[in-house]
Structure formats: C-alpha cells, structure tokens
Design a protein around this ligand. Structure first.
Ligand SMILES: [Zn+2]
Length: 286
C-alpha cells in the first residue's frame, strides 16, 4: 500500500564537540559528534508541519550513540550552544504546507471581504436601477395631470380665463405693454433680498374698474415663514404704491404652479395654498 502521509526526519547538520569533552563510555576526549535532524509531517512528501528537531551524539571512537535524553550533563551546555547556531535550525520549508494553508485561508478571507464590499456596492447599484420612485413620481404626476385636465375641462369660463392669464405672466414685464407689472417688479424685488433673480413673474389684467395683479412666486417653497410674511407685507405696500391715485378695485393673486397662495380682493385676503378651485377671484371676472 502506498503510504502517502507520515513523519520524515531529514538530516540538518552535524558538528564536532570540542572544549575537552569526553565520551562517558570509552573516556576518549574530543571525539564526539552531534547530528541534528528535522522532523515534519508530510502528505505526499509535501512537508506540512515541522515538529522541531531530534539530536544524536555519537562517539567516533567507540561508536556509542547517545540520544537526547542520554546526553551526559557535562555535555549539555556545549550541545545547547551548537543547537543555537543558525545552520542547525529546522528550515522553514519543513512547515511549507502550514504556510500554504495559512496563506490560502488569508487569501480566501481577503477575497471574501472584497466580494462582500463589492456586493454591497452592487446591491445599492441594483437598487438604484430598480428604484421605482422616479417612475412612480412620473406616474403620479401623470395621474395628477390627467385629473387636473379633467378638472380644467369642468372649470367655469372665468376660471379658464384666470388660468390662461396665470400662464401668460412674465419675469420681465414690458414697461409699455404692462406698466403696472413693470412698476410692481421694480418696487418689490429690491425689497426682498432672499428672492432669487427671475423667480417672480407678473401679469396685470383690467376689467372695467377692476384690476387683477398676478405674481408667480417660483421659489416660494424655499421661503421661510418670516420670508413669506415679509413677501406679503412688501407686496401689499408695493401694490398700494404702484396704484396710488388710481381708483381701481384691486385683486391680487400670488401663485405657484396652479396653487393660488394668496388671493386678495377689495374685501378679503386668503393666504397660503388655496388651489385654483377657489372662487375668490371670480368677482374680478363678473
Ligand atoms: Zn566512546
């Protein structure tokens, strides 16, 4: 049967014991030799793990051999000194298998670690790919748009007109075509340093003795509560200032998209997030 594993004890080195040591058996001096052997476990003659060394002291005169335990006490210091020499150490390759296994284990761990980290990234990437938030948002937006279109169809004529007017507002109203809006812009914007440039659009409409000023506040959602209050306060001041001396019944609408954030009629003010469904500005169209 083929033996494919076991212990091997290869010769490592030998040295003569000097310093006046003698064989306890034949008493001949300076004739002792120490031989050092390695010891390792092998599988298919591949060294796996070192078991250290075995030593043997032989008298070259009487051929008496002392094993490690039999070495006389007076020889031990000399033997120890020889064993400390580099050339008498077990070579590293006696543990080749151990090193290989440890290296493989370490490599496996490192690869597993990188695979884990890589997988984390891949997972988040995958999640990004299948992230339906955007699609859902678009779907919801489409739905809202559809619902809104249906609502618009059902709007009374005056509300359709109001919507049309809202859509025709401009960030730079003409001094010739729309002087009220032009002056309103000139008055309002320098007073509101937090307003982004071109974020406000204006349009002014007349109906006999009534005037409707519409202001689209594009970045309204970014205003703080204080900024919103300041905005309304300055708007009120500027509307009065611009229309000074005119005897119009004044209607004001501040909006973002289709939400009328503020509606002011000669009799009342409603602030914040009243959608176009409100009937407050109806009076203007009467
Ligand atoms: Zn001897």
């Amino acid at each position: 049967m083929l033996i494919f594993f076991g212990i091997r004890s290869p010769f490592i080195g030998s040295a003569l014991l000097k310093e006046n040591v003698s064989c306890n058996y034949c008493n001949v001096e300076n004739n002792l030799r120490i031989s050092v052997f390695g010891s390792y476990f092998h599988v298919f003659w591949i060294p796996i793990m070192s078991f250290g060394r075995t030593i043997e002291v032989t008298c070259l005169h009487c051929k008496k051999t002392y094993n490690e335990k039999e070495i006389p006490n007076n020889l031990k210091p000399t033997v120890d000194a020889i064993l400390r020499a580099k050339t008498m150490k077990s070579p590293k390759w006696h543990s080749l298998g151990c090193f290989t296994i440890l290296t493989l284990v370490a490599l496996t761990l490192i690869l597993a670690f990188f695979a884990f980290v890589g997988n984390l990234f891949r997972t988040s990437h995958y999640e990004k790919e299948v992230d339906t938030t955007k699609t859902e948002t678009i779907e919801i937006y489409k739905d809202e748009e559809k619902v809104y279109r249906e609502k618009v169809k059902a709007f009374p004529e005056w509300k359709k007109d109001l919507r049309e007017i809202m859509f025709s507002s401009l960030t730079e109203p003409s001094i010739v075509k729309d002087p009220v809006s032009y002056n309103l812009k000139s008055c309002l914007e320098p007073k509101l340093p937090f307003i982004e440039e071109y974020s406000l659009s204006y349009i002014t409409h007349f109906n006999n003795d009534k005037i409707l000023l519409l202001i689209e506040a594009g970045d309204y959602n970014d205003y703080t509560v204080n900024q919103k209050n300041e905005f309304y306060k300055e708007l009120d001041f500027c509307v009065k200032n611009v229309l000074k001396g005119e005897s119009y019944k004044t209607y004001v609408g501040v909006y973002k998209s289709t939400k009328l954030l503020m509606q002011k009629t000669p009799n009342q003010i409603i602030k914040d997030s009243i959608s176009l469904e409100s009937n407050l500005l109806k009076e203007f169209f009467d």
